[in-house]
Ligand binder design. Sequence first.
Ligand code: AN7
Length: 357
Amino acid sequence: MPVNRGVLQRYRNLLPITDATPIISLGEGSTPLVRSRHIGKFIGCEDLYFKLEGCNPTGSFKDRGMVVAVAKAMEARSNTIVCASTGNTSASAAAYGAYCGLKTVVLVPRGAIASGKLAQAIAYGAKILVVNGNFDRALELVRQLSNSHPITLVNSVNPHRLQGQKTAAFEVVDALGDAPDYLFIPVGNAGNISAYWMGFTQFFQMERTSRRPKMMGFQAEGAAPIVLGHPVENPKTIASAIRIGNPASWKLALAARDESGGRIDAVSDDEILAAYELMAGKEGVFCEPASAASVAGLLKSAACGLDLRGKSAVCVITGTGLKEPELAAQHSSALPVEIDATLGTVERALELAAVGR
Ligand code: AN7
């Protein structure tokens, strides 16, 4: 198997890079597209796939965009990067910042990011500022900060982020031989749905795909500004990664929805948690709740009459469940059983009859 040389090398000609752009990589991209064994059958969609973005180096899709943003920051001779984050962006920025010797500053909302994401930012040595306010406020702060200081903003308002993230759409097309009929994706700050649409559109214009998918985006019910048509001041959802009330790429997401003939809808926390359990328990994919929103959206759409028979669909699984291990224990029936260290107690715990010894 060849070395994974990463997104910059692999898509050199399709990204805004120059001879002066350093070709860096932590092995991002080239993530698996796996076929569903359970959920597809359940909803009558034989061609259902999951794009496992949790397999990226820091456990989320953010690495695809971060590698481009950081390379461009280095090209511009910046020595400090900053972002606001619900967790994954900060983990990714901190990793690439460490790898490239940049100073990384992350602003995260107090008490509102998963423990594993915070642990990553700490381990990678970022300067972590915990803000008494939500993500939207933190994003306002870093926008102001980067406007008045020589610090590069690496949130998805930095266009290089979306450029990198569009490569996931390229991979989906290459894996399936064409674009799917539908793409289901969680929506938070709305960068990723916009990036996928850019990627599908670019491949369509290059005639590397015969069509573009309908873009099906899903917000959490308590954090659904795009669905409601106005910002949400105090967004609430168990899916902390998409607890965002005023998405930066709002207009781009609406364009993706409308140009593709897709939808942006909301799913409840109960629907998100049911999909989160189903993905782990029936598909063997331990994803984070925000990622499960795409699957919850698929199930909701099918239940509301979307006929997926004979159609192909891809759910983007944006991040790994390992970043918030506490949540699994709160939402699973398969809890650990403590036993004495004897074969008899193991057998009793498994309801196995003892074989004569
Ligand atoms: C797992 O890390 O916004 O709609 O600051 O971590 O492109 O924002 C994360 C978002 C989906 C939503 N799934 O993507 C951040 C941040 C996961 C995420 C989203 C996020 P966008």
